[in-house]
Design a protein. Structure first.
Length: 477
């Protein structure tokens, strides 16, 4: 076996990258420092630097280990701020001229922003909590005309408990100045109050809005007027409670809407003539025909988060929307049974066949080209209710998913996928060989080949909600 010392530099740096990334989330930051009380938790990168000269040089030269930075600064931290600033300064020096993805939640901005500001021309993504401090406001002003590469700005949700009207006015002015000349800015995320700021809205294409406690008191009626300022937004994601049902919010440029909370009420008050893609909770399905009719839009892609109950109303509501989707090409269904849920997934998941029967018969969704089914369930906590062990639950759910997907395949389709994730406190014994032996898997494989549809089947066991074990990840055609 070859020694690790003989590995090519690129491969060694690739290994280091996955050793430093603490999550499977592709958007997560690679360099993550947590500053708690009287000490900082230094990331794994600093360990790599101390192993040997080869690792020190390889890790130090791997820009992506250092250029995606998150400094989590908790309140009441008693650490030596100057020491932390020196560490951060050293990290920034290792990034060379690479674009920077920076996240400064909590109180981190006031503590370490001064280390990043000299490199503001390299900022690509900035995520920050609003402290509304005089230091933050003055530094925002000083950033005017110094953000030529900034593409994404994220304000972390944070309740502004001490933001007076005077402070808010200063803050709003500072943010407006900071962004007055940010030519690459396309994506903005934050509290609804950001909608009332003097952003360069004509160039913003993606907005994520969190509706929660306001920094400045506003009647909910004005939310609709603020949303209308987003004249070029194509991608809109909304969290939180909407205005009243009779509010009409017309946004002619939005092509993609993602709305999981209070989605039934949002669909009742939005008019989106350009809408093509929609991600919505299953409880909102009764209001989907009204949105389509009112907007005159043609949906090409629909993703639905199915309610845990998956009862008769869900089935009937799904079937009722099918006539309004003649141009639909992509259908994605997500089903998640949380740990606190007492019902067994075995009582619910078999109803998927009933839900999708109109699609399986090819009478509905004639242009369907992509179908994705994602099932997440927990075993152990609810297995005793059904009399089936955790592995038995997983197998029955997988058999159902395989059969449902096989029934939907047709020559017009290009891709289908099944993603089954089992969260368990005890690792199951089910492995790939068992999956390959399932009659439903063999049937799906044969159907995928005969119809020429690329099909993916992925089975994951997550132990104690921390760490994945991929039991199977196969492409069939």
């Amino acid at each position: 076996m070859a020694s690790i010392a003989t590995l090519p530099l690129e491969l060694l740096q690739h290994i280091f990258y996955y050793a430093c990334v603490s999550t499977t989330n592709e958007d997560a930051h690679v360099y993550r420092m947590a500053v708690k009380r009287d000490y900082p938790e230094l990331p794994f990168q600093h360990v790599l630097l101390q192993v040997c000269h080869q690792w020190h040089n390889a890790a130090g030269a791997a820009l992506r280990l250092w250029s995606s930075i998150r400094i989590q600064w908790f309140r009441k931290s008693l650490v030596d701020v100057k020491r932390i600033q020196q560490i951060v300064q050293g990290v920034i020096q290792r990034t060379g001229t690479a674009p920077l993805d920076i996240a400064l939640p909590g109180d981190a901005w006031d503590a370490v922003a001064r280390c990043f500001i000299p490199e503001s021309t390299r900022w690509k993504i900035l995520s920050v909590s609003n402290a509304y401090s005089s230091l933050q406001i003055s530094q925002y002003r000083a950033l005017q005309d110094k953000l030529p590469a900034l593409e994404t700005l994220i304000f972390f949700p944070r309740q502004p408990t001490d933001c007076t009207p005077e402070i808010w006015k200063e803050y709003a002015n500072a943010v407006s100045l900071m962004l007055s000349n940010a030519p690459c800015l396309r994506r903005v995320s934050g509290h609804l109050d950001l909608l009332s700021l003097s952003f360069p809205w004509k160039q913003i294409e993606e907005v994520i809005v969190h509706l929660g406690p306001n920094a400045k008191p506003r009647d909910r009626f004005h939310w609709s007027e603020d949303l209308k300022n987003c004249t070029s937004v194509r991608d809109l994601m909304i969290f939180g409670e909407p205005p009243k049902y009779n509010t009409d919010i017309r946004m002619p440029s939005v092509q993609y809407l993602r709305c999981m909370s209070f989605s039934e009420r949002w669909l009742a008050c939005l008019t989106l003539p350009a809408l093509r893609r929609l991600l919505v909770h299953g409880i909102a399905l009764p209001n989907l025909p009204g949105l389509v009719a009112r907007s005159g839009c043609q949906l090409n892609a629909l993703a639905i988060n199915i309610p845990p109950a998956l009862d008769d109303s869900t089935v009937s509501n799904f079937r009722a929307i099918l006539p309004y989707l003649p141009r639909l090409e992509s259908l994605k269904l997500y089903y998640y049974l949380p740990l606190a849920e007492t019902r067994s997934p075995l009582r619910v998941v078999p109803r998927l066949a009933e839900l999708l029967d109109p699609v399986a018969n090819a009478n509905a969704l004639p242009l369907l080209a992509e179908f994705c089914l994602s099932l997440v369930h927990t075993s152990g906590a609810d297995a005793h209710l059904s009399g089936v062990e955790g592995d038995g639950e997983t197998e029955i759910m997988l058999r159902t998913a395989l059969a449902v997907t096989e029934s939907i395949l047709r020559p017009t389709m290009r891709f289908a996928s099944i993603d089954l994730e089992n969260i368990s406190k005890i690792m199951g014994s089910m492995d790939e060989q068992v999956v390959l032996g399932l009659a439903e898997f063999v049937k799906l494989q044969a159907r995928a080949r005969s119809e020429g549809v690329l099909t993916r089947v992925r089975l994951v066991v997550k132990l104690a909600e921390n760490g994945n074990r991929v039991l199977m990840d196969s492409y069939l055609k």
